[in-house]
Design a protein around this ligand. Structure first.
Ligand code: NAP
Length: 257
């Protein structure tokens, strides 16, 4: 992929899709700064990646959605070539119940955290003439998910911001894109299956089987294949991919274009 020896920050990377991205970049010889809140899973993922791929992995246990958390992450990062923005998704619920605090929390987590980290790191990438940013957003940007209105709203804001900034920095060798997961087999999806089961009275396994059956690929995606796509978007080959929203959903979004 032409990125051996580059340095990447992976936010929210101890599990799930973030970990998939971390593993795939490490497999390409990229040194990592790995972030998540929980110390134990973070250290165990970092150890596994160091042992498997022989790259440097430093860790910062911090909440990426807070200013102090981002300060700690940036202090432990140094000059970065690659930034993968990610955070936990907002809770599901009923749109009638969400107040201003709920929207602000979703905006902080799923829009502003990524915006602030781009503001902090992209100018340095521009000066050095090379950079890649992947923002993990959601299929909810293209196809609203009823119970995830907080996600629909916050991620639309980030998508709008990225559309502008990506064109502004492309000439300086920095490519910024969004990666949109449909349903993937992670803890987050188990949580959402469980929530839906609580609404419909089905078991969570029955919900998962029904949701898989509705995906043309007939299954949930994996963190490994998500990570492999992220690594390609961060690669030397992807410099002409600018401001795109790449959907990974097994064909679930039904459209011709
Ligand atoms: P996941 O399996 O639950 O993993 C979440 C990861 O993020 C963990 O490593 C977690 O570690 C870390 N994390 C959560 N909140 C954090 C915070 N505030 N600061 C730092 N780290 C944090 O989730 P996932 O499925 O990988 O989802 C990743 C993102 O993609 C989410 O925003 C989700 O909504 C979105 N998404 C996922 C799917 C899907 O099917 N999986 C579909 C569409 C969108 P700690 O808890 O220890 O911090």
């Amino acid at each position: 992929m032409g990125i051996k020896g580059r340095r990447a920050l992976i936010c929210a990377g101890s599990k799930g899709l973030g970990r998939g991205c971390a593993e795939a970049l490490a497999a390409e010889g990229v040194h990592l700064v790995l972030n998540a809140r929980g110390h134990e899973a973070l250290e165990s993922t970092a150890t596994a990646i160091r042992e498997a791929y022989g790259v440097e992995v430093s860790t910062v246990a911090a909440d990426v959605t807070t200013p102090s958390g981002r300060e700690a992450i940036l202090a432990g990062s140094g000059d970065l070539d690659i930034l993968v923005n990610n955070a936990g998704g907002p809770p599901p619920g009923n749109w009638r119940d969400w107040d201003r605090d709920a929207f602000i929390a979703a905006f902080d987590a799923n829009a502003y955290a990524a915006i602030a980290l781009m503001q902090a790191t992209v100018p340095g990438m521009c000066e050095r003439g090379w950079g890649r940013v992947v923002n993990i957003t959601s299929v909810s940007v293209k196809q609203p998910i009823g119970v995830l209105g907080l996600s629909n709203t916050a991620r639309a804001a980030l998508t709008g911001f990225v559309a502008g900034i990506a064109r502004d920095v492309a000439k300086q060798g920095v490519a910024i894109n969004n990666l949109l997961p449909g349903l993937h087999a992670t803890d987050r999806t188990v949580g959402l299956d469980t929530y839906e089961a609580s609404l419909t009275g089905e078991s969570k396994e029955a919900v998962a089987a029904r949701r898989c059956a509705a995906i043309p690929a007939g299954r949930y995606g994996t963190a490994d294949e998500f990570g492999a796509t992220c690594a390609f978007i961060c690669s030397e080959h992807a410099g002409f991919m600018v401001g795109q929203n790449i959907l990974l959903d097994g064909g679930g979004f039904n459209s011709t274009l």
